[in-house]
Design a protein around this ligand. Structure first.
Ligand code: UD1
Length: 343
């Protein structure tokens, strides 16, 4: 029996693959539309003896008959018992420019996955969702019942997919677990694996670390929020802890049509993040300035993860500082690789 991991070469997917392959056989489907083609090799290097537990398939999951049929073949050939679906378009900024693309593409992808599952009799699905559903955030930690306020097509597409899963579960077609991720940061501690976007990273830590030692000041987007120091507060979670949360769901075979927030339940402001990075690399290597708010940004977004912790006895192994260290290790390696590729 194995677990099908759709989007298993992406940032979160590759970390889920590494964590899960130590317990289960994992079948990755990815088309590298938002990841490098060498991710599979890097996963193998990190896993060492467990690398044999992973199979990789290069497949674009689309709504065509061929694509769904190919996915069904993969499910049958690997005796798949459950699916983790992490693939999809994920840039909030782009989704505001191209809402139709985000709504159509992300929901069609789920449609294809569900068709293949139905035709092969697989019912269990772990679906990756997002704290972006909570829209304007809140000064209180966000529980799963906090109001859903979609402010862009990315979160709307996640909301629609959640609704589809609930509808099908009510008809006993699927059994789901939905994880709403807060802000994943960090990388595998080996430094071998990490996200490498070709242009400016969207998220705060990867961009901040790119600024380190380059004489590029990091810009803090606004310092007039109602938060501890006026800058945006988020619940950053080490991607390895987030990956372990997936392992919990799969190894406990928990598909009870429940939705969980996955974060640490503690907030870190942008200025606190700057200070943590400066503590690691040296104050003089990271300077910052204060700019205007980023359009659409919110002040505070912190999880109440009690439901997940209680259900799975989840004890995170890492913290924000360790995640920054592992991300920095990857950033250093990324720079070395970049230099090598130029020479
Ligand atoms: C982003 C995504 C969201 C996703 C979440 C977790 C956007 C608009 N939203 O949200 O969909 O679920 O990550 O991956 O992309 N900041 C700066 N300077 C920078 C970059 C960011 O000060 O150069 C600040 C932001 O204003 C914010 C904090 O850093 O206060 C975190 O920003 P970011 O990493 O983009 O995450 P989110 O805004 O939470």
């Amino acid at each position: 029996m194995s677990v099908l991991l759709i989007g298993g070469h992406g940032y979160i997917g590759s970390h889920v693959a590494i964590a899960l392959a130590r317990h289960k056989k994992v079948v990755i489907v990815d088309d590298h539309s938002n990841s490098n083609s060498d991710v599979g090799d890097r996963i193998g290097t990190v896993l060492g003896p467990y690398a044999g537990n992973i199979r990789h398939y290069n497949l674009t999951v689309a709504t065509s008959y061929n694509s769904i049929g190919r996915l069904e073949d993969i499910i049958r050939a690997n005796d798949v018992e459950s699916v983790i679906h992490l693939a999809g378009l994920k840039s909030v900024g782009e989704s505001t420019q191209r809402p139709l693309l985000y709504l159509a593409y992300n929901t069609e992808l789920l449609y294809s996955v569900l068709c293949a599952m139905r035709h092969t009799g697989v019912k269990k699905i772990l679906f990756s969702s997002t704290a972006a559903l909570y829209g304007n955030g809140s000064e209180e930690p966000l529980g799963e019942d906090s109001p859903i306020v979609c402010t862009n097509a990315y979160s709307e597409s996640k909301h629609i997919q959640e609704l589809v899963l609930r509808q099908l579960a009510a008809q006993n077609e699927v059994q789901f677990t939905i994880l709403r991720y807060f802000n994943p940061i960090g990388n595998d501690p080996s430094g071998i694996l990490g996200e490498n976007p070709p242009s400016k990273p969207n998220n705060v830590l990867p961009y901040m670390l790119r600024c380190v030692g380059t004489h590029t000041p990091f810009t803090v987007f606004g310092n007039d929020y109602n938060t501890v120091d006026g800058t945006g507060v988020r619940d950053y979670i080490d991607v390895c802890d987030l990956a372990d949360a997936h392992v919990k769901v799969i190894t406990e075979d928990s598909f009870e049509n429940e939705t969980y927030n996955v974060g640490y339940g503690t907030g870190t402001s942008v200025l606190q993040l700057v200070e943590m990075v400066q503590n690691l690399v040296g104050t003089r290597y990271l300077s910052y300035d204060i700019g205007p708010r980023r359009p659409g940004d919110i002040g505070m977004c912190v999880a109440n993860p009690k439901k997940f912790i209680d259900k799975f006895n989840w004890v995170p192994k890492s913290n924000v500082e360790k995640a920054i260290e592992s991300h920095w290790k990857w950033e250093l390696r990324r720079r070395v690789d970049l230099e090598k590729s130029k020479s």
